[in-house]
Design a protein around this ligand. Structure first.
Ligand SMILES: C[S@@+](CC[C@H](N)C(=O)[O-])C[C@H]1O[C@@H](n2cnc3c(N)ncnc32)[C@H](O)[C@@H]1O
Length: 348
């Protein structure tokens, strides 16, 4: 049997690889196919078609990232060649590599500040019934976090953890048919995932930072979202203002929600009074019944301050029994688990 005529089962490891690549994981952490798989011509064709073909793939990672990944893949293929008569390195991959390394290189500063579209793929278990993976596109830059003074230009581990929880049947049940608001949404990853796949009535993503609001509005279109997803500027402790249909800002009197979401909002004890003023507002005036929050426990004292504030404000905080898989076992919404991340349900 020739190498090109095998069944499709050896293409399966490529689903994880492509999902990791479009999330732009460190090339050293990509799950590359083993030698006996990557040497097959059809595997190499799929790698080119699904990851590097500029004519058909969007969004593509930045040139420098693509070049680093392709270098790793080509090395793996070269190592796998045992019979130079029969084994081949796909010519499209070689041409792409030559082209990528010949392009002008942006400076280090340009590279870290560049906003890039990132495609996140939901864990495989959620999409076994659908042949099309569930994906969310955001626009982010780790470098901009430092120069703009806001932490919202990247999707944090806690958001990916919350997205993973919401991708489970138990997590999704919080949102099905519900009116949802997200606080401090940053890139809008959680809100857009919820609006796109979890059948809420609608989701309103909020943040206080104007550039993040513009960013989320642009991503709304990129994700093909319509009236089920809105974006509004909201600084905690101030009145909620919601964009009306013509996209101008104006108060909407009958605005109400069932669930509030938040990821990585408890990193600074100075923000807690404002956050709690907003939670009171949401429960008192906007009908919210539960606040689902994920928190990276970088500092136990800081998180304890949040739990204490819940008690002092007469909110009940219940830790949900959900843990993400270890990174090597994750199939989507990839994130580190070295620092514990917990999900809480806050009610009154
Ligand atoms: C650490 S980031 C988390 C972003 C996103 N939830 C995630 O996990 O990727 C904190 C977010 O909260 C927003 N934020 C901080 N203080 C805020 C406030 N007082 N009112 C509204 N948003 C605020 C920031 O702009 C930022 O987007």
């Amino acid at each position: 049997m020739s190498r090109g005529s095998r069944g499709e089962h050896h293409l399966l490891p490529l689903n994880t690889l492509t999902a990791q690549y479009f999330q732009q994981l460190d090339p050293a952490h990509l799950s590359l196919p083993n030698a006996s798989t990557i040497i097959h011509p059809d595997v190499q064709t799929v790698i080119y078609d699904h990851m590097f073909n500029e004519a058909t793939v969007w969004p593509l990672p930045p040139v420098s990232y693509r070049a680093r990944v392709l270098k790793t893949i080509i090395s793996r293929i070269e190592e796998a060649i045992t019979d130079p008569e029969e084994d081949e390195l796909n010519s499209d991959l070689i041409e792409t590599w030559t082209d990528l390394i010949s392009r002008p290189k942006p400076s280090q500063i340009q590279q870290v500040q560049q906003l890039t579209y990132i495609k996140y793929t939901a864990p495989a278990a959620t999409t076994t019934t659908s042949p099309v993976p569930h994906t969310v596109i955001t626009n982010e830059s780790r470098g901009l976090i430092y120069s703009s003074g806001t932490t919202g230009f990247r999707t944090w581990e806690a958001s990916l953890h919350l997205g993973t929880y919401l991708s489970t049947p138990t997590g999704a049940a919080h949102l099905a048919g519900k009116r949802v608001i997200e606080l401090g949404a940053g890139t809008g990853f959680v809100s857009m995932y919820a609006a796109k796949y979890l059948q809420p009535q609608f989701v309103l993503a909020t943040d206080r930072e104007g550039p993040l609001i513009g960013n989320m509005k642009r991503c709304k279109e990129r994700n093909g979202l319509g009236a089920e997803f809105g974006v509004g500027a909201w600084e905690w402790g101030t009145p909620l203002v919601y964009p009306t249909k013509d996209d101008t800002e104006g108060a909407q009197e009958d605005l109400a929600f069932d669930v509030a979401l938040g990821a990585d909002l408890t990193y600074d004890t100075d923000l807690l009074p404002l956050l709690f003023a907003t939670l009171h507002d949401l429960f008192d005036n906007y009908h919210v019944k539960e606040f689902i929050l994920s928190a990276t426990l970088r500092n136990q004292k800081t998180f304890q301050a949040f739990l204490d504030a819940c008690e002092n404000n007469l909110f009940k905080a219940e830790c949900l029994p959900f843990e993400s898989s270890q990174p090597e076992d994750q199939t989507g919404f990839f994130h580190e688990t070295g620092i514990p991340i917990r999900t809480y349900r806050v009610t009154r």
